[in-house]
Design a protein around this ligand. Structure first.
Ligand code: BG6
Length: 296
């Protein structure tokens, strides 16, 4: 079977394991539709904290939590409601190019902190070297709404001091640690040796994350723009593609109860999304963003 599910006592699916014929495996918790593990070519590619909490309340620390409809702090809780809500497993399909699994989050009593009616569909396509993720948001409300979103990917590394992220040179960025804005990246390869929290704007279609130990993963963003009947006047803003680059480093790690004190050495977050300009969606309209991770 390409998919194995785990249920709770009431028969509700709480975990979905996707298995491709190549041997690649992805583990998805219905809580947040969080992918907590991606094994490709026999190697774990994602970081999951040993202190991650699986209480169906807190976001899971590691893997790929979904940030929606708000990046960072703001009107509702930090990084929004998608990562702390239960997503329904809609089923799977064997495709020529891998196994596809679908998850759904709709507005409900549990999401009402964000007042809008919406439908979010998350499609995961797993193949030998790729993990392709597609997020679709439909406005099922009677009035327009805006949102920001990203896939908060925690990559696993054996040693963060060897990590290099390429493809960000000459991009404008904001540094949330030093609180400086409108800086320009002048490095060919971005490295980590201290607490980092940066937002790079207008990132290219492909960013390469060199995780050291001969491990390179590309992040390719496709169609962080419209499908169907989107108002083309706002097309430009939704193709705005950002990369968030985050590592809490020593001091901040100690303040995080769901993160080991030394674990900052084993991870780096490189997060693709749409944050610079909120996406504005009319009732009945749909937005779709796609990200493909490829082991190079
Ligand atoms: C990053 C943000 O995306 O997520 C950081 O840029 C934030 O500012 C980090 O600290 C982790 O957020 P959280 O809510 O998962 O602790």
């Amino acid at each position: 079977m390409p998919v194995k599910t785990t249920t709770d006592n009431s028969g509700k699916v709480i975990k979905v394991v996707i298995i491709d014929t190549s041997g690649s495996v992805a583990v998805v918790y219905n809580h947040g539709a969080t992918i907590t593990s991606w094994v490709s070519q026999g190697k774990e590619r994602l970081f999951l904290s040993k202190n991650a909490v699986f209480d169906n309340q807190k976001p899971i620390r590691g893997g790929i939590p979904i940030v929606f409809p708000q990046f960072g702090p703001g009107d509702i809780r930090q990084h929004g409601i998608a990562r702390i809500n239960y997503w329904e497993f809609l089923g799977y399909k064997d495709e020529i190019n891998g196994v596809k699994a679908k998850f759904l989050l709709k507005d409900s009593e549990a999401t009402k902190e964000w007042i809008h009616s919406f439908r979010l569909t998350y499609t995961i396509l797993l193949s030998e070297n790729n993990l392709s993720l597609s997020l679709e948001c439909t406005n099922t409300d009677t009035s327009p709404f805006t949102f920001t979103t990203l896939l908060h990917t925690y990559f696993r590394t054996l040693d963060v001091s060897n990590v290099k992220v390429g493809g960000l040179k000459n991009l404008k960025y904001n540094d949330k640690v030093t609180k400086q804005e409108n800086l320009v990246e002048d490095r060919e390869a971005v490295t980590v040796s201290k607490s980092e929290d940066r937002i790079y704007y207008n990132a290219p279609e492909t960013v390469i994350v060199d995780l050291g130990s001969n491990e390179r993963i590309s992040i390719e963003k496709k169609n962080f723009n419209d499908i169907g009947k989107y108002d083309t006047s706002v097309l430009f803003t939704i193709t705005w593609f950002i990369i968030v680059f985050w590592n809490p480093w020593e001091e901040l790690s100690k303040g995080m109860s769901d993160f080991g004190d030394e674990e900052y050495k084993e991870m780096v977050c490189v997060e693709a999304g749409t944050v610079g300009e909120p996406i504005s969606l009319e009732p009945g309209y749909e937005w779709k963003g796609e990200m493909t991770l490829t082991v190079l």
